[in-house]
Design a protein around this ligand. Structure first.
Ligand code: FAD
Ligand code: NAG
Ligand code: NAG
Length: 428
């Protein structure tokens, strides 16, 4: 790439959902030079209009995004349906992550993605206004602004907030995605996303595009119990599915047939960290997106959408303050770049903080619950009185961005326009 000095250099660390989306949103800007640095050496099948198609995402035309079923009777006890008018393409869709990442990757311009670049540290560049990124292989790169999109165990986050490591919540996911043909013989195989609930465990089932089927069994332990069996469980390892089946022995025949037909399964101990005090880090030039910014672990299957909304908000914040044409509202010194990051943080952080706190409360509730035996009546009650999550699944990031702009650019006007605040409140 030709390196015109007048271009704004944006370095993205991590080529996951957040990093790729942010790059796609900025790469066509003639005044911006965006580069992605990814730790992985190869994209071993890491997988935008087509990212929303039925070929990549599964939606059932009934419009129910999730059905909650009783574990013994197969009764549909309740379900999630969109509240507001939601366009078909924006309805909750289930993706196989490699498919989604592949589609995003197909949109990345050649030469922008650098593999084998594991982030190590950042230093102030004394010859310019920017910073120098150091990678583990000893190489360096210069940037005016850095987006750390390096996932739940983000090295960028830990470099600036050392106490922010994600810790095990006691929740364990056993997950597999296999060809649907494994289950073709099973009568009554769900054709919509179904979440079975029992007092001590759950089972999620969903068709996926391209003839795949997802099975996720979840199990809650007390993370402080030294005797529980998953204390040493490692991420993404095969476990013997035969050891899992007995845990479902009092479940419905349909669910047991599905588990019997499941050929293998892998374990994913769920980890999470607390919300950060600030997303403006490292000389006011470094920020975070996706799981790196909000290490919630399992979060109502919303992690992917949160990452995409972060990426969109980050790109809009850059373009608001540093638009094409040179008519910039800020300069590229530390305080100018901080203004860009402040707009991004204002757009996103209150919302994702709320998601994180909600997840933490739920995690604590689940741990407390394993100590008390739940009755069937209590289980049914819990399934019906699930907190309404429309505020997560139907969050309007465009409205949040408009409000953040108004609050930061014209604080006086924002304070006499309660409309925004009220509109958002009424959706909660
Ligand atoms: C078992 C499980 C089930 C889930 N189910 C759902 C679901 O149903 N729906 C949903 O929306 N979300 C789900 N999620 C969450 C979702 O996968 C994440 O929220 C989402 O992938 C976050 O995207 P991201 O871009 O922030 O991070 P990631 O996708 O984790 O990408 C981070 C990237 O950074 C790279 N990287 C890491 N460290 C470095 C470094 N030091 N230097 C350079 N690069 C680095 C990684 O290799 C990776 O490519 C699930 C997660 C798990 C684990
Ligand atoms: C820039 O200067 C500071 C203070 O003198 C120094 O600590 C730092 O290492 C320098 N940065 C680089 C990249 O040399
Ligand atoms: C949607 O669900 C219904 C009822 O469960 C089912 O009959 C139908 O085949 C499903 N559609 C798709 C596209 O899977």
């Amino acid at each position: 790439m030709s390196e015109s000095p007048s271009k704004i250099k944006i370095a993205i660390i991590g080529a996951g959902i957040a990093g790729l989306t942010a790059a796609i949103a900025l790469q066509d800007q003639p005044h911006i030079d965006v580069q992605i640095y990814e730790r992985a050496r190869q994209l071993r099948e890491l997988g935008v209009a087509n990212a929303l198609s039925d070929d990549v995402g599964f939606r059932n035309r009934t419009g129910r995004s999730m059905i909650y079923r009783h574990y013994q009777t197969d009764e549909d006890v309740s379900s999630d349906v969109p509240h507001g008018p939601v366009e078909y393409k924006h309805q909750t869709a289930r993706f196989f992550r490699p498919h989604l990442q592949r589609v995003l990757l197909d949109h990345i311009q050649q030469g922008r993605l650098h593999l084998g670049k594991a982030f190590e540290s950042i230093a102030k560049d004394n010859s310019t206004d920017g910073v120098i990124i150091k990678f583990r292989d000893g190489s360096t790169a210069k940037a005016d602004m850095i987006l750390g999109a390096d996932g739940i165990h983000s090295a960028v986050r830990r470099a600036f907030v050392p106490g922010s490591s994600a810790k095990w919540t006691g929740h364990v996911f056993f997950r597999t995605v296999v060809p649907r043909s494994h289950y073709q013989h099973i009568e009554g195989l769900p054709d919509e996303a179904v979440h079975y609930w029992a007092p001590d465990r759950t089972l999620f089932l969903s068709p996926l595009p391209r003839g795949l089927y997802a099975v996720v069994a979840a199990h809650q332990c007390d993370p402080n119990d030294p005797d529980q069996p998953y204390l040493q469980a490692e991420w993404d390892q095969n476990v013997n599915i035969a050891s899992l089946r007995p845990l479902y022995k009092d479940w419905s025949p349909l669910t047991r047939r599905i588990l019997d037909a499941t050929p293998f399964i892998k374990v994913y101990p769920n980890t999470a960290a607390k919300e950060l005090d600030s997303w403006i880090l490292g000389h006011g030039r470094v920020t975070l997106a996706g799981d790196a910014a909000h290490a919630h672990g399992g979060a109502f299957a919303a992690g992917g959408s949160l990452a995409i909304n972060d990426a969109w908000a980050f790109a809009q914040s850059v373009l608001h303050h540093l638009p094409a044409g040179g008519d910039w509202r800020v300069s590229l010194d530390d305080s100018g770049v901080t203004k860009v990051l402040a707009l991004y943080e204002r757009t996103r952080k209150a919302h994702t903080d709320r998601v994180q706190r909600t997840v933490q409360q739920r995690n604590q509730f689940l741990v407390d619950q394993i100590k008390t035996k739940q009755t069937d009546e209590e289980l049914r009650q819990k399934m019906k009185s699930r907190g309404d999550l429309a505020w997560v699944h139907e969050h309007d990031v465009e409205a949040a961005f408009a409000r953040a702009k108004l609050e930061l650019d014209q604080p006086e006007e924002a304070s006499v326009q309660p409309g925004f605040q009220q509109r958002e409140q009424s959706r909660l």
